[in-house]
Design a binder for this molecule. Structure first.
Ligand SMILES: Nc1ncnc2c1ncn2[C@@H]1O[C@H](COP(=O)(O)OP(=O)(O)OP(=O)(O)O)[C@@H](O)[C@H]1O
Ligand SMILES: [Mg+2]
Length: 243
């Protein structure tokens, strides 16, 4: 079995606000292998975004261990975590968060900027190629407000791959789109995942998308409802049955 890109070992999360304790995630263990396309589903408030934030190093667990590409991330200080986020992880959110004063190409390259001009230059050809792949070759020099919602989200998908990450986290990336644009964005994510070998972990409320993932992790009240099992590489995707 290849080294997992993300591994959770008995991870839990409790939020502490003043005197109030809110336990949200309990005892989650699973691993994601390179190139895997995983859907996370579950009701509102079940802990999906919290889980994504932990795996994406945007927040810290209060129990258990998370490893990214074999490295235990709790051993990293804030700078180390920021570096790992920048260099190895990609993010797509429900809202595109494109910068309106920059062009489509500049927006796609934005994550590379923080690694210096040289690096940004070295990624330009690839970003042009990916923007062409998602059907935006005519829009490279246009600014985001002149794009449709679906086109904006396609730029956000390309941007998530700017630094050639090991894994992309997507929190309801189609949640804000009509069904046709949502389908297009989803298909592109799947194809890009196959083509680039990047793992995608996507929170979705759309059961059709979940069924097309390699694997479904179903969260209920902060627990994995049906154990996803260890992915053996050849194992077929099976959606957990409804309880
Ligand atoms: N910063 C926080 N402090 C305290 N409680 C929080 C915090 N963030 C989230 N929660 C609580 O944790 C639980 C899970 O929230 P989370 O946002 O992970 O749910 P979700 O599954 O993403 O829901 P949705 O589908 O609505 O986006 C909720 O009960 C929420 O109120
Ligand atoms: Mg959420």
């Amino acid at each position: 079995m290849p080294q997992p890109v993300v591994e959770l070992d008995r991870v839990g999360k409790t939020y502490y606000t003043g005197d109030v304790e809110t336990p949200v995630l309990f005892d989650l263990s699973f691993s994601i292998v390179p190139g895997e396309f995983v859907a996370i589903v579950g009701g509102s408030g079940s802990g999906k975004t919290t889980l994504l934030n932990l795996m994406g190093l945007l927040d810290r667990p209060t129990a258990g261990v998370i490893r990214v590409e074999g490295r235990e991330v709790s051993h990293l200080d804030e700078l180390g975590r920021a570096r790992m986020r920048r260099d190895r992880l990609g993010f797509i959110f429900q809202f595109h968060y494109l910068l309106p004063e920059f062009t489509v190409l500049e927006n796609a390259l934005m994550p590379c900027r923080m690694r210096g001009r040289e690096f940004e230059k070295s990624r330009e050809a690839r970003m042009r190629e990916l923007l062409t792949y998602v059907g935006l070759e005519e829009k490279l020099n246009v600014r985001p407000p002149q794009l449709s919602g679906g086109q904006q989200q396609r730029v956000a998908v390309v941007r998530s791959l700017a630094n050639d990450p090991a894994v992309v986290f997507a929190d309801e990336p189609t949640g804000n789109l009509d069904s046709k644009s949502g389908r297009m964005v989803f298909d592109l994510m799947k194809r890009l995942s196959r083509e680039s070998g990047t793992a995608f972990i996507m929170v979705t409320h759309d059961d059709n998308f979940a069924l097309e993932a390699d694997r479904v992790i179903r969260i209920r009240d902060g627990r994995i409802q049906a154990p996803p099992g260890r992915h053996e590489g050849t194992e077929l995707a099976v959606a957990a049955p409804e309880a």
